[in-house]
Design a protein around this ligand. Structure first.
Ligand SMILES: CCCCCCC/C=C/C(=O)SCCNC(=O)CCNC(=O)[C@H](O)C(C)(C)COP(=O)(O)OP(=O)(O)OC[C@H]1O[C@@H](n2cnc3c(N)ncnc32)[C@H](O)[C@@H]1OP(=O)(O)O
Length: 285
């Protein structure tokens, strides 16, 4: 059978705390503030400049999510960015370039942990997407219950992995298919589409597009509607809908790690990623 979720989370939480001690950073990469609405926390991603998923940032994010999940005063979280340049640029390419298999294994495990923590959260999660959101960065909106995007042409959102010469793993693809459907996902994933706001709304990858300065207030008012539903009924329903998708990752996570490590270790893939990173560094505004 599948590993018991509570046991698995306890084990992973211990790993996260050990890792956090290892980083021992003074920088606060995730800021949690209470909102004006009771029971709602605002979680701000603050890994400057673009909230790329470094191992340290992922660890801090998971620890903060776990604390909120276990704190009975909270019923919902609004996740937003405190970096002017981006909501999230996804996987930090420096974590998956030029490192060794042990590092890739640890990194991928932690990324899976984040996905499971978010996707199976009992809290209402709303993504207030106030900047560009690429590839792995979409892992947060796609596992949220509701997505609000800032109406700004720079705020592109999508799973653009193929443009880097890599393929999104099945657990990035599955929530996208659940949200926008099979055909639209096939199109978006193969072409690595990054949708501007109007198109993002049309295809359904976001639920609402509002002016940038209204993203957080809109998230709060949507949150109020969601919190009007009794928690237990909403949680049971969320779990019923999401469990089959989550179980696929829980069941196949070791194979998925092996696939990732062997794929990412290929010379041809390392070359593509290095070229993409170099291009990013050249294309300065
Ligand atoms: C079997 C499994 C297969 C493998 C699956 C792997 C799944 C991988 C998923 C991913 O998430 S890969 C990453 C994809 N991300 C992107 O394509 C986004 C890249 N970034 C951008 O498009 C832009 O940076 C931005 C977010 C639109 C912001 O643009 P802006 O012009 O405002 O800033 P920049 O000058 O481009 O960036 C500032 C600074 O940050 C560095 N950087 C940006 N993104 C990343 C990143 N993902 N990883 C590491 N570093 C990144 C960028 O190079 C700049 O650095 P400096 O030049 O200032 O040192």
């Amino acid at each position: 059978g599948l590993p018991d979720a509570a046991f698995w989370w306890k084990e992973r939480a211990t790993c996260c705390k050990v890792r956090a001690r290892r980083f021992g950073s003074q920088r606060q990469l995730v800021v949690v503030e209470p909102s004006s609405t009771a029971g709602v926390a605002v979680l701000k991603l603050k890994n400057l400049p673009v909230n790329s998923f470094s191992l340290e940032f992922l660890t801090e994010l998971i620890i903060n999510l776990e604390k909120l999940e276990n704190d009975k005063t909270f019923r919902g979280i609004i996740i937003t960015s405190d970096c002017p340049k981006a909501f999230s640029a996804g996987v930090d390419l420096r974590e998956i370039c030029g490192k060794n298999p042990a590092h890739y294994t640890e990194y991928w495990k932690v990324l899976q942990d984040l996905w499971l923590r978010l996707y199976l959260s009992n809290l209402v999660l709303i993504s207030a997407i106030n900047g560009p959101c690429a590839a792995g960065g979409c892992l947060i909106p796609l596992t949220s219950d509701y997505r609000i995007l800032a109406d700004n042409p720079k705020c592109l959102i999508g799973l653009n992995e193929t443009r880097l010469g890599i393929s999104a793993p099945f657990w990035f693809k599955d929530p996208l298919v659940n949200i926008i459907g099979h055909r639209a996902s096939e199109h978006a994933l193969q072409l690595g589409l990054l949708f501007p706001p109007a198109e993002a709304l049309q295809v359904g990858i976001v639920d609402k597009v509002v002016p940038k300065d209204q993203v957080q207030s809109t998230a709060l008012s949507v949150m109020t509607q969601w919190l009007a539903i009794p928690d237990h009924a909403r949680q049971l329903t969320k779990n019923m809908i999401r469990k089959p998708t989550a179980d696929l990752l829980v069941k196949h996570r070791d194979t998925d790690i092996q696939n990732f490590v062997s794929f990412i270790s290929r010379d041809s893939i390392q070359k593509s990623l290095q070229m993409y990173l170099a291009k990013l560094k050249q294309n300065k505004d």
